[in-house]
Write a protein that binds this ligand. Sequence first.
Ligand SMILES: [Zn+2]
Length: 497
Amino acid sequence: MFPYTIIIGLETHVQLLTKSKLFCGCGTTFGESPNTQICPVCLGLPGALPVINRDAYYLAVKAACALQCEISRNTKWDRKNYYYPDLPKGFQTSQFDYPVGVGGRLTITDPADAEKQREIGLFRVHLEEDAGKSMHDEEADKKSSMQSTRIDLNRAGMPLLEIVSKPDMRSPDEAYAYLTELKLLLMYIGVSDCNMQEGSLRCDANINLHIAPSPENKLKETLKTPIIEIKNLNSFRAVRAALAYEANRQCQCFLDDEYGGDFAKQTWLWDEAKQITRQMRSKEESSDYRYFPEPDLLPATITDEEIAEIQRSIEHRKPSVVRKRLAEQYQLSAYDSDVIVNAGIETAEYFFTLADKSGDAKQSANWLTQEVMRILNQQNIPIEEFPVSADVLAELIAAINAGKAPRNQAKAVFAEMLKSKESIDVLIQKLGIASIPQEKLDKIAEQIIAENPNVIAEILQGKVKAIGSLIGKAKKLDKNIDPAVFEACLKAKINVK
Ligand SMILES: [Zn+2]
């Protein structure tokens, strides 16, 4: 084989979390009956006039700020002309030469080396409206010689943010990492729910290979294979699989000498069932769309103060900032930190309260990532619905650390907390597991020492393991004895370390 570089760029569309559409007052609820969230504006009826949804515009600026773009102080809208059955207007209102944000970048962890970071550049971030949804009607086709398509225009006019990356990714794994981090960031700052099943995050991938000259391939200069845009990618896994397939396919095409001088960009589809890519059509150039300024919408402007305010509002909500805080302020391991960050900002905030109130970050991380998350998974509920608040769980951690109840009984108290709203002290009393007072513990230790001189002699000779049998005897005297606490007490009395 010979060396080649995989060049990947991604175009991602996310639906913004607004109550109404981009240019009209229609609702944005997912799953409503077809064609019930429509009006003359989103249908593009003659005479209907669009008005910009200021919330959508601010969310777009927020995302562009989080992605470190240069924010356009003046932005305008343009008509992108094309005809499609689910686009009754005959054009999509989008942004051509003055997008909301220009440039920008997203930092990801290098999938090949967790210690390293990679910066993925962005070309632009812009706002546009969604089109409707066409559904092929197979039942109707059986009865007729014509193909039928049903169209639901509820989605027409939904606010979309398009994020166009530079071709900076070098492997399918990097594309996967980019999408994961982008989704996390947009969810953290409350711009989109990024729900792929509901279509609020969609992605098209561009890929080609740069094949460097080498003795094996006899090239005189670097050969760039045609850029293939892959559509119909329904999950991050599909993106990764399609890119890996496509890189191999392009390499094979080169080996088979199939590049006969046609290097035009093409559009291909990912076939999820067969796990292959298939050619669809040649890609339109932007000149084919005949962009021109939308005459019915005023340009939008934003001031430096407004941008600074948006920047301030998102600074502490960035996953990268939360990760840094978990590592530096709370000394969490990269593993614990990842589990918490990936679970979402609400989980991270639960952790901060838990750690601050209990004063024990390590135990807080253990409780959260093990017990709490186990129950959230079992019951399939978000942390906002978890019955034990961070304040209450913090009391348990603090009580255990203060020796109010034995550590080995902590889970029993926790189980009780899930059912009742009583205070930690009441629960400890109710369960009869209050830690044994030191004087009582001393007495039990003295009694055990007096009754078992042979075992004590063995321990003093170095057979420290023999202490286990004494712990057993002590537990018979009082079942609430904490083995570790008792062992320490006994050792202190006979002067063994
Ligand atoms: Zn409407």
